[in-house]
Design a binder for this molecule. Structure first.
Ligand code: MRU
Length: 379
């Protein structure tokens, strides 16, 4: 078993070559680089629900492309159903994909947009399927471009402090969580690319360990100088190192007023940043902004099984059995203990310095505790 994989420099969570979708199994990273063939929306749903693929933008794109793969796999059959029946089938499958995970709005944004596309293409069954597949493919391409712009805008915003810069990040928001480059990790990549980054600290991100397993891996592959800390070490770190200028995180859903749902633990990082006078920056494509959600109060927070907290999973050194990695589970808490495992929390807008999107950097008006993202996006 090796911690550094061959082919790692070509880190790609989503591989789409029409009509084939393969996704990197993130449950096996960083120990094995295994791609899973996704042929149907049921495969896509399973991969999202079990977190073989994760990260708000990646979830939406895998959902969209899993249905594209299914439609291309039965192209003549679905097209022969006629326009309205094909559109109805697509809508039914999209609704099903929407039941995979509740918090990241990107999935629901994609579903709404894809339904609108098929609704406009009702000339024939073929045109419905073609329009759907084209639109799903366009989402993949748009996400990479959006992330590159987020990286550029965010890096410029942080560079106003003057380099060389130290920053901290949480969870995994990089190439693995998106179609490529990443959001918060995209900003860090851009800072590194322009020579302005001195060091990045990242949290392990319990209980799923997106930081320890995935962000660590991306930073290692890119050669970005980095140090991992326990989630609970951040306040102590900020106090001991005043040169950490900013905490940069991603988002699963940003409400109209800027309240932001992101990986559990984000809220406490924002409190620590405020207390220590550091920037707290949310990096997200506009597909993560839910303009219909007035504030964070309405955001549904996914709760996952308590075993993710009570049992530590990993891979033992001898866990390759018949060429396959076998997960090893170690129970830490005594049998009988219960756990609460919310996957996300909501950071109030008042604690957020800026929301960085592909359209630019949004800040609050002087003295305001909330953002006006509706106005910012339509300026
Ligand atoms: O449970 P996950 O791993 O899907 O949660 C991921 C996060 O919370 C990310 O910070 C968020 O999706 C932004 S990814 C660009």
């Amino acid at each position: 078993m090796s911690l550094l994989l061959e082919g790692a420099s070509k880190l790609q969570a989503i591989r789409w070559v029409r009509p084939r979708l393969d996704i990197l199994d993130q449950l096996l990273l960083p120990h094995a680089s295994t791609y899973i063939d996704i042929r149907t929306s049921a495969d896509g749903h399973r991969a999202i629900a079990t977190m073989q693929t994760r990260g708000a933008p990646a979830i939406a794109i895998v959902a969209a492309l899993s249905l594209a793969a299914e439609l291309l796999g039965s192209y003549e059959k679905v097209s022969a159903m006629g326009a309205e029946a094909a559109a109805a089938l697509i809508e039914q499958r999209l609704d099903y994909l929407g039941t995979s995970r509740p918090t990241a709005v990107n999935l629901f944004d994609a579903i709404t947009k894809l339904k609108a596309v098929v609704g406009r293409a009702l000339a024939s069954g073929h045109s419905v399927v073609d329009a759907y597949v084209d639109a799903a493919e366009a989402m993949l391409a748009a996400d990479v471009a959006d992330n590159q712009n987020i990286g550029r805008f965010g890096a410029e915003f942080i560079e106003r402090h003057g380099g060389p810069l130290k920053v901290l990040t949480h969870c995994n928001t990089g190439a693995l969580a998106t179609a490529g480059h990443g959001t918060a990790l995209g900003i860090i990549r851009s800072l590194h690319g322009s020579g302005e980054l001195e060091h990045v600290f990242f949290t392990e991100t319990r209980p799923y360990n997106q930081g320890a397993r995935l962000t660590s891996y991306e930073l290692l592959v890119e050669g970005i100088p980095a140090t991992m800390v326990c989630d609970s070490a951040v306040s102590a770190l900020l106090r001991s190192d005043p040169s950490i200028r900013a905490i940069v995180v991603g988002a699963d859903r940003v409400a109209r007023n800027g309240d932001t749902a992101n990986k559990i633990g984000t809220y406490q990082l924002a409190i620590a940043a405020k207390f220590h006078g550091r920037d707290f920056i949310v990096a997200a494509p506009t597909t993560s902004i839910d303009l219909e959600m007035e504030s964070g109060k309405g955001i549904v927070i996914e709760e996952r099984g308590m075993d993710e907290v009570l049992v530590t999973e990993g891979f033992a050194a001898d866990s390759v059995v018949d060429g396959q990695l076998e997960r090893a589970a170690v129970r830490v808490a005594p049998v009988g203990v219960r756990a609460w495992n919310p996957s996300f929390d909501v950071t109030p807008a008042g604690l957020i310095t800026a929301v960085v999107t592909e359209k630019g950097v949004f800040v609050k008006s002087e003295g305001a505790e909330e953002f006006n993202l509706l106005e910012s996006l339509h300026k």
